[in-house]
Design a protein around this ligand. Structure first.
Ligand code: AMP
Length: 225
């Protein structure tokens, strides 16, 4: 149950985390907990790609190259999303800002209100590499599994009636993952410094059971907002 106080409280959060840190899962749970929308710019861009719009086609080329969509396009997209009625009482932004320019744009967009908190869901690089390198995805139904050892190539899918085999995604090898993480590091470290400089950054330990991490996040947010 959401209390009246929670329902009326406006909560504006930005969440950062390495790939494999559980950021998406935690952001979805936080959105439910505080009854605010989870706004993922990656999801929005993928939706545009699926819709096959002209913008989606351009975005796909950029995403496939592993590059970033331009700051002004992203700001337009985010500004439009934040102006929708469901975002009136707050939101959790995931994937934006991605550059210091975007952080400054967001600050200008929000004016005095600003954001309440920037959360860095911290899971050390070696832990996420192991998590991702152990990930096996069923070829038939898409269910995710954790292989007991990173050298085990396939895991039988246990979904009733599926009968598929869970295999490693081409971009989940240790080498590919380390490359993506290096990119994340170079893009995000300056942003974390930027929010730290504003007194808005909080680092939450993302290692541990998802329910424990969630409780820690809620505690930190409740104390700050
Ligand atoms: P994500 O799901 O957050 O990893 O985003 C997937 C891809 O979408 C990224 O690799 C970028 O190409 C693009 N993207 C998502 N958010 C942004 C952003 N804030 N600025 C620029 N490009 C973005």
């Amino acid at each position: 149950m959401v209390s009246d106080a929670q329902a009326q409280r406006s909560i504006r959060l930005v969440i950062f985390g390495r790939q494999g840190a559980g950021k998406g899962t935690q952001a979805v749970e936080l959105a439910k907990h505080y009854s605010i929308p989870h706004i993922s710019t990656g999801d929005m861009l993928r939706a545009a790609v699926r819709d096959g719009t002209e913008f989606g086609l351009k975005a796909k080329e950029i995403m496939d190259r592993g590059e970033l969509v331009s700051d002004d396009v992203m700001l337009g997209m985010v500004a439009e999303r934040l102006s929708l009625p469901d975002a009136a009482n707050g939101w959790i932004l995931d994937g934006f800002p991605r550059t210091t320019q975007q952080a400054e744009d967001l600050r200008s967009l929000l004016g005095d209100a600003g954001i309440d908190l920037a959360i860095d869901l911290n899971v050390p690089e070696d832990v996420v590499v192991k998590r991702i390198a152990s990930r096996r995805v069923c070829e038939k139904c898409g269910t995710n599994y954790a292989a007991p050892d990173i050298n085990i190539p396939t895991v039988p899918c246990t979904v009733e009636g599926c009968g598929g085999q869970a295999v490693q995604r081409a971009d989940d090898t240790e080498e590919a993952v380390r490359k993506r993480l290096a990119l994340y590091e170079s893009q995000t470290a300056p942003l974390l410094d930027w929010y730290h400089g504003q007194g808005l950054l909080v680092i939450v330990d993302g290692v541990g059971a998802p329910t424990e991490v969630q409780a820690e996040l809620v505690g930190v947010i409740d104390a700050a907002v």
